[in-house]
Design a binder for this molecule. Structure first.
Ligand code: SAM
Length: 280
């Protein structure tokens, strides 16, 4: 009789051979998934027998992981700000760095929030879940991403407070907002080759790069946001670690006040914010 614990070492070796860092951690998460056990309870079940069905499911998951499919795509979800977001190859995986944008956004009150390039909806839906009186509008160029975001809104119980617009940046947007947030595609075209296979091959290219210098979308967002912010409203964008001065300069050029750079937990520039130019 094979035990669940005995499946782990060869699986982790298979992942190591495929060049995957953290192979044992991934193998444990996938074994828990294959066995229908919560990941934090796997240790309690390691002496359980491995049924043929679980062994087969686990082998298939490990083979796909060895082909560099992200763990989140194998599980179908990713945790963000303590909540579960459904993900697929149609949306960017929510990243821990983006939680810095959430922390910054929650530091002041807001009623109406606009999220440009909503993807899975992780930013907008987290803000709505954290602020039960707030209303949101999420924009994406990708209809498939908007479907995933709408599904996540249902799952988090905030669907009645959010609406969606398909199109490029401000094209589907009407009215004004207290807060505009965005994590636009900011990887420069010539940096794409350096990305891991998980990102390069399994996440949507249109979520990653502007196919240019990485700043294209910030130029549009900084220039047009003032027309959609209420007096005193704020713009907050996530940035790549080298883009702080350039993006802060774009906000200043658009007339934003109190332009500030916020660092992530690793000490790298991560969020640029500013107050609407028409503030009193
Ligand atoms: C970096 S992802 C961010 C997704 C999500 N907000 C997050 O933080 O995980 C950028 C998103 O912008 C969308 N996007 C790309 N070009 C766009 C455009 N011109 N107008 C609106 N959305 C766009 C992509 O489809 C993608 O969902």
């Amino acid at each position: 009789m094979t035990l669940l614990s005995q499946l782990l070492p060869p699986a982790a070796q298979q992942l190591r051979d495929a060049g995957i860092d953290g192979a044992m951690g991934d193998a444990r998460v996938l074994l828990a998934h294959a066995a229908g056990i919560a990941p934090d309870r796997l240790t309690l079940h390691l002496a359980d027998p491995a049924t043929p069905e679980v062994t087969q499911r686990f082998a298939e998951l490990i083979a796909r992981r060895a082909a560099r499919v992200p763990v989140s795509h194998l599980l179908g979800y990713r945790l963000f700000w303590g909540r579960r977001f459904a993900v697929s190859p149609d949306v960017l995986d929510p990243r821990p760095e983006t939680e810095d944008l959430i922390a910054a956004a929650l530091s002041r009150p807001f009623g109406r929030v606009l999220d440009l390039g909503t993807g899975s909806g992780c930013i907008l839906l987290t803000l709505l879940a954290e602020r039960p009186a707030a209303q949101g509008f999420g924009v994406d160029l990708s209809p498939a991403a908007l479907q995933m975001a709408a599904r996540n809104a249902e799952g988090l119980g905030v669907a009645e407070r959010v609406s969606w617009g398909q199109g490029s940046w401000f094209a589907p947007v009407r009215g004004s907002f207290d807060l505009i947030v965005s994590n636009p595609p900011y990887i420069a075209a010539d940096e794409m080759a350096q990305l891991s296979p998980e990102v390069r091959l399994h996440e949507p290219r249109m979520a990653l790069t502007d196919e240019a210098d990485g700043l294209t979308h910030y130029r549009v967002i900084a220039a047009q946001s003032p027309g959609f912010l209420s007096p005193g409203g704020r713009l907050m964008v996530e940035i790549g670690p080298t883009q702080g001065p350039a993006v802060a300069g774009l906000l200043q050029a658009a007339g934003f006040q109190d332009v500030a750079l916020r660092k992530d937990l690793d000490g790298r520039d991560r969020v640029v914010s500013g107050v609407a130019p028409n503030a009193a």
